[in-house]
Design a protein. Structure first.
Length: 306
């Protein structure tokens, strides 16, 4: 049975976690909310509220609406007239998966309005196809920390990664943007065998560190040679903020997604000190940043009839 009104809540995500480039991500306790109301006739109506509402398109090029339409295209139906209300809680273009929330929100909302013709796995596959890689959309949809890999038939296998509650993600969100396309542009097209081996070893160590709350393992594991060395120069103050986080007791610090948000992992007892140190370090360089101690969202995208 289809609904005529539905609200979809989708968590922010942090992707890569250092060595897990394009394959691992975790859902965070920050959210975007999308309300869909079926209309009798007319063009789509899109309204946006939140701090950065003015930056979001409100015509049919809106990414949320594009995803909404994509699901109806997939089931060979015309999308219905719809009013969409967007409530922004996830900062835009900061490396916290704002585009993934739109893709997942649009697909899940459309699937609900259409009477759930697609399974969660089919919705996930559509989301990955739209985003181009699984690291943000999979945890946004499913929650938790997730590793995605394809099998020999190109089907996605999704692995839930245990994450001890005492490992706290602290995000430092600066007041400047960094587009994913710009962050991709600086990456090399080829890497050495040594760098590939380095990342393989460190990703394995990261998974064990998160599962056991072994701070030494996590700190060592957050090193990466595939993307972070090339992107650090795009983020003003990176080294200073990293040094401040480590001095305050963080296990380590990485770029969240494509940046410019920086993610420190630390133990609960030191989270407040790490957050304060990261904020102060950026402020010393004339950069305002919002710093939050968060937790891992375990629900993923949730729906509620309105």
């Amino acid at each position: 049975m289809s609904e005529s009104h539905i609200t979809v809540t989708v968590p922010a995500t942090t992707a890569n976690l250092g060595p897990g480039f394009d394959c691992i991500g975790a859902a965070l306790t920050v959210y975007n909310r999308f309300k869909f109301s079926r209309l009798e006739v007319g063009k789509p109506s899109i309204t946006v509220t939140g701090t950065e509402a003015a930056k979001v398109k409100t015509d049919e090029s809106n990414l949320l609406y594009q995803a909404f339409s994509r699901l109806y295209q997939h089931i060979k139906q015309s999308p219905p007239a719809v009013a969409i209300e967007i409530e922004l809680g996830v900062p835009l273009a900061r490396g916290l998966g704002s585009s993934a929330t739109a893709i997942v929100g649009g697909l899940v909302g459309a699937n609900q309005l259409a009477g759930t013709p697609l399974s969660p796995a089919e919705v996930m596959n559509l989301a990955i196809a739209m985003e181009g890689h699984p690291d943000n959309v999979v945890p946004a949809l499913l929650g938790g920390c997730r590793l995605a890999a394809s099998d020999s038939k190109s089907n996605w296998q999704i692995c839930d990664i245990p994450w001890q509650e005492n490992v706290v993600p602290v995000v430092a969100i600066p007041d400047f943007e960094l587009s994913t396309s710009e962050a991709r542009r600086v990456l090399p097209t080829q890497v050495s065998r040594a760098d590939a081996i380095f990342n393989t070893a460190h990703l394995g160590l990261l998974l064990r560190g998160l599962a056991t709350d072994n701070g030494e393992w996590i700190g060592a594991a957050l090193q990466d040679r595939l993307h972070q060395p090339y992107r650090q120069g795009l983020i003003a103050g990176y080294e200073a903020v990293q040094n401040a986080a480590l001095a305050a007791g963080a296990y380590g610090m990485v770029i969240s997604g494509a940046g410019p948000t920086l993610l420190a992992l630390t133990e609960t007892a030191k989270a407040a000190a790490v957050a304060a140190a990261m904020q102060a370090s950026w402020q010393q360089q004339g950069i305002d940043a919002e710093v939050r101690s968060l937790a891992i969202d375990t629900q993923g995208a949730t729906t509620n009839p309105v």
